[in-house]
Design a protein around this ligand. Structure first.
Ligand SMILES: Nc1nc2c(ncn2[C@@H]2O[C@H](COP(=O)(O)OP(=O)(O)OP(=O)(O)O)[C@@H](O)[C@H]2O)c(=O)[nH]1
Ligand SMILES: [K+]
Ligand SMILES: [Mg+2]
Length: 494
């Protein structure tokens, strides 16, 4: 019996009826224009200490020899000091460290060379021109090095996305998340799920082929069912978290709201460390929603300053209040600001009743919005006095004027944002892109069909479909269109 099943597992893994199997190999499609040897400046533009220029492709070794004296290739993967000169004119260009990475043990899987030159613009352009004069070499397109690495199975699609995110990471949390994805954690998880599906498929196919056979162990189909059920639970849990990973990539929406003059704009300026909003003693100063991207306690956020919420004002301010309420609806996290010395005013009470403690809304808030209540202007309270309103929901005391309480607020923000964006230092790998979410949902839908159908052939087909979706997350059978979207995120030289 086990031999039968084992053959079927192997067959299901090969996927005789579906040509796409789920492996970490690339799409199999050659990178566009591969065959040529490409070159580009891979470090940042502008004057710098060291600039790195690299090549990838079959003529890399020839290019390296043409530019260097002595003209022999350095030992693989060791840095050597060489004089670089123009291969046609012989003009010296720079003393540089050069590296030779024979394929397939290189970033792209092809022969690669690196030139670490002095970072002046004239040196860089001189070396680029020299490389352009070597037959068979051409400048690289944006993302072409990574695309070749993908095409040669060096990186899976989720790892490519991780690399793109790492290049663009601006906050600590984004860097951690990108590094985890680049390390292949998400891909590993998907491949584990795909393996479970392969086993379930083997069970179903065993039943189709040997159902009448006495040798077949009892309960083969039940085993497949229970594997599918477990997988459904795991996928659903991940999908519930899907928005978090996306917020971590693009920034959580943090909206500062409160009654007029509570110090909302002062807080926005304090958190963003720049004068984003006008601050004045006049209530109703802020009218439009002012949005600024900030690094909040290591997490990326889009911080919005809004008009003070109050009734019975002129048409322009009323429009500001309408926009503020609209923005509040879209917030992932509300920073509710009140003037600690003015908690009994009608606008404070109204804000507390309508936004902070929504009638009938228990905790946690509906639609998973989170809220931090901040009592600002604590410097106006008697020093060391009692809490101004112990009856209020949990809150933090702050003075934008003196900065007292800022560290406590940042720590609270870190905790809240870890909930909103997911904590990349712990927990399961996050789904950072709509694409991941789409395929997980597709996989779940197919598993739904599997459960509904009575026809075993259709059930097997549903499992194959489900597995195909998982495969596409890591890049098996990636269409050119998806690849184009992902590689657009890269710069030339990466
Ligand atoms: N004493 C004291 N004054 C503060 C503090 N924070 C802000 N203020 C003052 O409070 C006034 C209002 O500050 P804003 O930041 O303009 O308040 P706002 O909530 O944005 O006001 P609107 O946009 O008009 O709704 C200004 O005069 C600030 O200098 C604080 O912590 N302590
Ligand atoms: K004001
Ligand atoms: Mg303001």
């Amino acid at each position: 019996m086990w031999r039968v099943l084992w053959t079927l597992v192997a067959r299901a893994a090969r996927g005789p009826r579906s040509p796409r199997s789920c492996t970490r190999q690339g799409s199999g499609a050659p990178a566009p224009g591969s065959g040529a040897t490409i070159f580009a400046l891979s470090s940042g533009q502008g004057r710098c200490g060291i600039a790195v220029i690299r090549t990838s492709g079959p003529s890399s070794g020839h290019a390296l020899r043409s530019l260097t004296a002595p003209r022999d290739l350095p030992p693989a993967r060791s840095a050597c000091l060489r004089l670089l000169s123009h291969p046609r004119s012989g003009e010296p260009l720079d003393h540089a460290l050069v590296l030779w990475f024979p394929g397939p043990q290189s970033f792209t899987g092809e022969d690669c060379a690196e030139f670490h030159v002095h970072g002046g613009p004239a040196v860089v352009s001189g070396v680029l021109q020299a490389l352009g004069s070597v037959p068979g070499l051409r400048p690289a397109e944006a993302g072409e090095f990574t695309r070749r690495a993908f095409a040669h199975g060096k990186l899976s699609l989720t790892e490519v996305e991780g690399l793109a995110d790492l290049i663009h990471a601006e906050t600590e949390a984004q860097r951690r998340q990108a590094l985890r994805q680049l390390d292949g954690e998400l891909g590993h998880l998907c491949r584990g799920w795909a393996k479970t599906l392969t086993k379930a498929l083997a069970h179903v196919e065993a039943y189709i082929d040997f159902g009448e056979d006495d040798n077949l162990e009892e309960g083969v189909l039940e085993q497949a069912d229970s594997q599918v059920r477990e997988l459904e639970l795991a996928l659903s849990a991940h999908l519930r978290d899907a928005r978090r990973g996306q917020r971590l990539r693009s920034g959580a929406h943090v909206v500062v709201a409160g009654p007029p003059n509570a110090g909302k704009s002062s807080l926005v300026n304090l958190l963003s460390r720049k004068p984003v909003s006008i601050v004045s003693p006049e209530p109703g100063t802020t009218r439009d929603v002012l949005e600024t991207p900030v690094d909040l306690a290591g997490f990326p956020a889009l911080l919005s300053d809004t008009a003070g919420l109050r009734e019975g004002v002129g048409p322009v301010e009323q429009e500001g209040v309408r926009r503020a309420r609209e923005r509040l609806e879209q917030a992932d996290l509300i920073l509710a600001v009140l003037d600690a010395s003015d908690l009994a005013s009608p606008s404070s009470c109204n804000f507390l009743d309508t936004v902070v403690v929504r009638p009938g809304a228990g905790s946690p808030r509906e639609n998973s919005q989170r809220l931090l209540l901040v009592l600002n202007k604590s410097d106006l309270l008697p020093r060391g006095g009692p809490d101004p309103r112990p009856d209020l929901p949990p809150h933090l005391l702050l003075s934008c004027l003196t900065g007292e309480g800022l560290n406590g607020l940042l720590e609270a923000l870190r905790k809240e944002l870890a909930e909103v964006c997911g904590d990349p230092s712990t927990g399961p790998p996050l789904l950072t892109r709509v694409r991941h979410q789409h395929h997980l949902q597709g996989c779940l839908d197919a598993l739904g069909h599997y459960k509904q159908t009575k026809d075993l052939a259709l059930a097997a087909e549903a499992l194959r479909l489900a597995r195909g979706h998982l495969g596409r997350i890591t890049g098996g059978g990636g269409t050119e269109e998806v690849l184009d979207i992902i590689f657009r995120d890269f710069c030339v030289g990466k």
